[in-house]
Design a protein around this ligand. Sequence first.
Ligand SMILES: [Zn+2]
Length: 126
Amino acid sequence: MKCHRNQAIHDWRLFNRRLQKFTRRVDIKARIAKLHPSVAQSTFTVERCPKVRMVIDTDLGGMIPCYIHELLHIFFDDNIGHLSYTIQEPMVQAIETHLYAFLQRDKRRMDWWRNEVRSHLRGGGS
Ligand SMILES: [Zn+2]
């Protein structure tokens, strides 16, 4: 049982590290704006270094969870190839729930993402 849990933590640590590398490799600019009906959305070009333009409505969702949600879409696209929204959305939702629980267990991990998200924000933001 203990072995099992350690393995899971190890796997999430590795996955987090891959996402951390990915968010640094990709050209991402995010901004805060009103959106309807979605909470966040992004447009991106598929290249060796994808260019991502992200819009997040912080009245509807948290900055970090929204950023990670959008990032997962792009990460899957980049790693698995393009899947329709119908297929990809439930994949993203399943992963983000577990990933976010993992991140929240350690203040340093959350701080890392907080700084990362801020560094991609245009025009200040908060
Ligand atoms: Zn989505």
